[in-house]
Design a protein around this ligand. Structure first.
Ligand SMILES: Nc1ncnc2c1ncn2[C@@H]1O[C@H](COP(=O)(O)OP(=O)(O)OP(=O)(O)O)[C@@H](O)[C@H]1O
Ligand SMILES: [Mg+2]
Length: 284
């Protein structure tokens, strides 16, 4: 990828989404029809308008479940969720003024980049001319205009992630949700993209909830960090000053930037063990 700078000029869309304030009150989730163990256990959290808040914690602590409940992909077993005082519970994801960027990008493989970004606006029944304006604006902002006719599998990982971001931003959401959006990128691109995401978020002032298990990523992006463990909030603090206690805990259980991504790390650990320190892939 040659240019990862995300330009932000004024959008031609007059429906500029204002940043929203989210309130989670006593939110819990148990899968299996409410009979399973609590994946999220009594979360109380206010996310201020325009704030960048990160959910940080080890695998399985309930980060994605929390995010999916905010987005409306999962229903809480208990609790209340409001956006600017309006009850969100029971609203399907398309009825919530939010957009989500996934780790897997979740682009439609059979559609061009242009159609991927236009998809949500078509569902809103926006006029063709305005869709064209909006999509071209979003693609230009993400330095993607030259790729408009390509399909996602003809793009690099970083370019695909920018399409996913363009597709989210074009909807002018009140809240932007990110589930480990950078973990499929190499370390250098991850650092580049997180800088751009933060710059873009600050410029547009969109309320953002970001999930990661990378402590450095959380520290560099966030206004506040929620440390989760076993479905509960263990700590809530700004990135500087308030987190050393969590940091002590984090060093044991998290992966810091510069290390291999988790799955590969586990692979390597296994190979090291199985090959008695030779670093060779074990024979099957
Ligand atoms: N669809 C599901 N059905 C049953 N249990 C689930 C489902 N999704 C998640 N869980 C369980 O809920 C708990 C929280 O999962 P969740 O995906 O929210 O964790 P996470 O913090 O996002 O983890 P990771 O960092 O690995 O993505 C885990 O114990 C997980 O096994
Ligand atoms: Mg997750």
């Amino acid at each position: 990828m040659t240019n990862t700078t995300l330009e932000t000029k004024s959008s031609p869309n007059t429906n500029t989404g204002e940043a929203g304030s989210l309130q989670l009150t006593g939110i819990s989730k148990s899968y299996g029809g409410g009979n399973g163990p609590l994946a999220v256990d009594n979360i109380n959290l206010q996310i201020k308008s325009g704030e960048f808040l990160t959910l940080l914690g080890p695998s399985g602590c309930g980060k994605t479940t929390t995010l999916r409940m905010i987005a409306g992909f999962e229903n809480p077993t208990a609790g209340e969720l409001t956006l600017d005082g309006e009850d969100m519970i029971g609203l399907t994801p398309d009825k919530r003024p939010m957009a989500m960027v996934f780790q897997s990008y979740a682009l439609f493989p059979h559609m061009s980049v242009y159609d991927n970004v236009a998809y949500g606006l078509k569902l809103l029944k926006m006029g063709k001319k305005q869709i064209e304006q909006e999509v071209n604006f979003a693609l230009t902002s993400m330095s993607l205009l030259a790729f408009a006719d390509r399909s996602p599998n003809q793009l690099s990982g970083g370019q695909q992630q920018r399409v996913a971001l363009a597709r989210a931003l074009v909807m002018k959401p009140k809240v932007l949700l990110f589930d480990e959006p950078l973990s499929n990128l190499d370390a250098k691109l991850r650092v580049q993209m997180r800088t751009e995401i933060r710059r873009l978020q600050q410029k547009l002032g969109i309320t953002s909830v970001y999930v990661t298990h990378d402590q450095d990523e959380a520290m560099s992006l966030s206004d506040r960090i929620v440390v989760m463990r076993h479905g509960k909030i263990e700590q809530l603090a700004p990135p500087r000053g308030g987190l050393p206690a969590a940091g002590v805990g984090l060093r044991g259980g998290f992966h810091r930037t510069g290390q291999l991504p988790r799955r590969r790390w586990f692979h390597c650990a296994r190979y090291r063990r199985d090959s008695h320190g030779t670093g060779q892939r074990p024979r099957r």
